[in-house]
Design a protein around this ligand. Sequence first.
Ligand SMILES: Cc1ncc(COP(=O)(O)O)c(C=O)c1O
Length: 348
Amino acid sequence: MENIIDLRSDTVTKPSKEMLEYMLKAEVGDDVYGEDPTINSLQEEVAAMFGKESGLFVPSGTMSNQICIALNTMPGEEIIADSNSHIFFYENGAPAKLSGTQIFPIESTNGEIPLEKIEQAIRPDVYYFPKTSMIELENTHNRHGGTIISINYIKEVYELAKEYNIKLHLDGARIWNAHAITGIPFNEYGKYFNTISVCFSKGLGAPVGSMLLSTQENIQKALKIRKTFGGGMRQAGILAAAAKFALKNNLPKLIEDHRKALEFGKILSNSEFISIDLNSIQTNIVMFDLDKRINITNFINQLKNQNILLSGVGGNRIRVVFHLNITFEEALYSASTIKELSNKLIKN
Ligand SMILES: Cc1ncc(COP(=O)(O)O)c(C=O)c1O
């Protein structure tokens, strides 16, 4: 194929002509003064979707998570999170750096930490223990391969957090993908979390932008934290317009990415030298393991020479992510190419 098939992430999408045209028409103002009408309208729209009082538009998912951490914790306190969570794995130790908090990482099954393990990790009120002030869940879960956290599990963690008076945060960078499969309304997810972070720049296909959602009071505090973290933007309504366009036009298409992922996975499941669990393909992310005899760096480079980009996530494990810039045909073609290459590298 001539085109580059970029399966490294759903963050690689480029804005369509229609999205760019919509952005060009956006009314803008200085958002640090709260005067950007497009941002204000997006904040209201998304807060209402999730049944939250208020929202705050920020440049990235990392900033959104970190503002929520700053809201929910005090220096010297502790956060319980999955050991593969984005806030623990990929955010540069920011909870320690920006909020003075540490993470208590716990292994989970597909993002669901057993409740008894959470309860055991909650610190008793003893003077030499850090206070547990936040529990974090990620839905869908990136490093577990786009797995969905069940609403029943969320309710159980919510009850536990309430019992111990601990704040519950959702990293919902890909909550859109969970919703596309479960059909659970966003405002149902919204009920259980004190703070929620969502991203427009992943599967929804906007070039930039995330939002945190919470109470009016928290969002007022978050305004100050966003400025402190350097995230106050000016005429960013053009970006909010892209997010609005994405919610209207791309949210309904997410289900197609899940179909691409599953059909891709089915082809790989017939390969002798690739192991893949089809049950783990729940949304748009696919994880698979190459036979140990295959050198993963060589494998990735050879695919790159054939215009297919994907990434290793540790050991011989590869992650591919489907998104709106990948066609169904490209999904099938890349699976066949990957399968052929694994055969070739072992048999030659
Ligand atoms: C689950 C999750 N949370 C947060 C982020 C951070 O988003 P950003 O790259 O916009 O900082 C990502 C990015 O991939 C993610 O996958």
